[in-house]
Design a protein around this ligand. Structure first.
Ligand SMILES: Cc1cc2nc3c(=O)[nH]c(=O)nc-3n(C[C@H](O)[C@H](O)[C@H](O)COP(=O)(O)OP(=O)(O)OC[C@H]3O[C@@H](n4cnc5c(N)ncnc54)[C@H](O)[C@@H]3O)c2cc1C
Length: 291
């Protein structure tokens, strides 16, 4: 049977992948996006965005719909599948999904990242008091009392950002944070070491975080909890295949090409300094243009 070989297959349909598809399609390439969930990726979990050019404020959902509409208007093919394994040897690359195997002359990886979770039910309040991104959402809690869930200092940076806008920031760390007292000089940050977060409570929005300090059970009444445990790039299947940095992000050159010719990476998955929508779009544009 003859194989259906695409010019470009894009793995991941977040903003990086969609932007790459727009640029590739406008070059008249035979292109498809393979996405396991919703076209839009992390946009689906963002309540409001204030730093995407041309919008003073837009919901993640609205922006996601706009991206989806644009992909549809250009007739970009979207394949619903989860890719499990890749083979980048030879001129035709293959992506093994749970439903089928796909082939392309070029591959653009845009699988994004996942925020590390506490696993204590915080996702129930996502966008309603729980956020995984202080840089993105701090501004929504001006003058409020908030907390940061942290592990071994992972939340210190987020707490410092929040302290500029919030009335009070409780920094709850599962380990001893006394050594960070000097780098947290802001008077409105209170460090609580050895805090073991148990659960999240609230009616419609988050109202309380219940935690244990030693054997004592305590409750913190706050407007938001920022879970700042770090991020995990979705690069497991590329380990030993592509050059990754020490944190597991894919290394690329300036045209977004990886250590393998004709394999590109863009967006949050790429080793870069800022993980934001506008950067993912920029990466995607370059990958879509040069793939
Ligand atoms: C709560 C929150 C708030 C944020 N707020 C802002 C903000 O205000 N401003 C801002 O600029 N940025 C913000 N960000 C960051 C921004 O959302 C990201 O930088 C951007 O969405 C990254 O896009 P991406 O396309 O690289 O990755 P993603 O959006 O993560 O897309 C990756 C896609 O790949 C798919 N995928 C992964 N693995 C596979 C596989 N094996 N097979 C098939 N599909 C796969 C996923 O389902 C996903 O759809 C926020 C992020 C979060 C989580």
């Amino acid at each position: 049977m003859e194989r259906n070989v695409y010019d470009i297959l894009i793995l991941g349909g977040g903003v990086a992948g969609i932007t790459a598809s727009v640029y590739a399609k406008r070059r008249n390439k035979k292109v498809a996006i393979i996405e396991e969930m919703l076209l839009g990726g992390q946009l689906a979990s963002i309540s409001e965005i204030e730093n995407f050019p041309s919008y003073s404020r837009v919901s993640g959902f609205e922006l996601m719909e706009n991206f989806q509409k644009q992909a549809k208007s250009l007739n970009i093919e979207v394949i619903s599948d989860t890719i499990k394994k890749v083979n980048f040897e030879g001129e035709v690359k293959s992506l093994q999904g749970s439903k089928a195997e796909y082939f392309a002359k070029s591959v653009i990886i845009a699988t994004g990242l996942s925020y590390k979770k506490l696993g204590k039910g915080e996702e129930e309040f996502l966008g309603r008091g729980v956020s995984f991104c202080a840089v993105c959402d701090a501004n929504f809690y001006k003058g409020k009392e908030v907390c940061v869930a942290s592990k071994a200092g992972s939340g210190v940076h987020g707490a410092l950002i929040l302290a500029d806008v919030a009335k009070k920031v409780y920094l709850l760390d599962s380990e001893d944070l006394t050594k960070y007292a000097s780098v947290c000089p802001k008077k409105n940050i209170e460090i609580i070491s050895f805090a073991d977060i148990q659960k999240f409570e609230g009616k419609d929005v988050l109202e309380k975080v219940i935690y244990k300090e030693g054997k004592k059970k305590k409750a913190l009444e706050i407007s938001a909890c920022f879970v700042e445990l770090g991020k995990m790039p979705n690069t497991k299947m590329f380990e030993g295949v592509l050059d990754l940095d020490k944190n597991g992000y894919i290394k690329t050159n300036e045209i977004m090409e990886t250590s393998i010719s004709k394999v590109f990476a863009c967006g949050d998955i790429r080793a870069g300094v800022l993980k934001q929508l506008v950067c993912a779009c920029s990466d995607g544009a370059i990958a879509g243009q040069y793939a």
